[in-house]
Design a protein around this ligand. Structure first.
Ligand code: F6R
Length: 251
């Protein structure tokens, strides 16, 4: 398939190597365009990448003072001071450790109960920045990107989603119990992600192997939302051996 030919796959031995490779690509972006717009993700996949970026920033090799950021998603109902909100995650895993200006960082406001208003606002934010230069993504075990869950059609702009049971199960590990996991989230849409000039995905671990196979070695379908990236002109997947374990004979 055409899309598969375009996409780059970087094979990493393990999580650390995946994180270093991804951080290298993000660093190159920040060095080449100091005022770039970075689309950012939360979750366990990018934590090592952020750690590496922080290390290089501390060494003096990176400067984020002109960088703008837009995050993919946020749980509806959680504010920035809730320790499981994505705003909290971004502060503790990246923003508090580098010289990005907080006024240049953007995350959907999970506390706005008016979904249409918040989603329109967020789409306007992305447009006002002139789009995204590099979008970092993780991959859900069900193939989701951002919180674009498997469904019957791709949704273009920022929208409010009902999280699937698989996603609630996957994210329950971060909460005291499953009942505390919010059931809704605001997420960037597929158009926003596809319009990024480049897209970088990090995927590690056995529980991503099926999603990697479905999304990048099967048909493009909203049932496996990440599959749309096969059509992106500049998409790089950095994945460890376990995440690539079901496709190693196809590489
Ligand atoms: C996070 C996000 C999600 C995660 C995905 C993988 O902002 O948008 O799509 O990237 O659920 O999560 P982890 O990395 O925790 O396996």
């Amino acid at each position: 398939m055409k899309g598969v030919i375009r996409m780059r796959i970087i094979r990493a031995k393990d999580y650390n190597e995946m994180s270093r490779q991804a951080a290298n690509i993000i660093s190159a972006q920040v060095i080449l365009k100091a005022d770039c717009v970075l689309g950012l993700a939360t979750g366990s996949s990018p934590v090592g990448t952020y750690k590496q970026l922080i290390e290089w920033y501390e060494k003096g090799d990176l400067d984020f003072s002109q960088v703008h950021t837009v995050n993919l998603d946020e749980y509806v109902g959680l504010g920035a001071d809730h320790d499981q909100s994505y705003a909290y995650f971004m502060h503790s895993n990246l923003f508090d450790h580098i010289n990005v200006k907080l006024s240049n960082t953007n995350i959907p406001n999970g506390l706005d109960p008016d979904a249409a208003r918040e989603c329109n606002r967020y789409d306007r934010v992305i447009r006002s920045l002139g789009g995204i230069d590099l979008q970092l993504l993780g991959l859900g075990p069900n193939g989701h990107i951002g919180f674009n869950e498997p469904c019957d059609e791709f949704v273009p702009g920022t929208h409010c989603v009902e999280l699937t049971d698989t996603t609630v199960d996957a994210n329950a590990r971060f909460f005291a119990n499953r009942d505390e996991v919010p059931r809704k989230a605001y997420t960037m849409g597929i158009r926003d992600i596809m319009q990024a000039k480049s897209v970088l995905m990090v995927a590690n671990g056995k529980n991503k192997a099926q999603a990697v196979k479905d999304c990048f070695f099967g048909p493009v379908t909203p049932k496996a939302p990440g599959s749309i990236l096969q059509l992106h002109p500049n998409f790089t997947l950095v994945a460890d051996e376990e995440a690539l374990s079901l496709v190693k004979d196809l590489l």
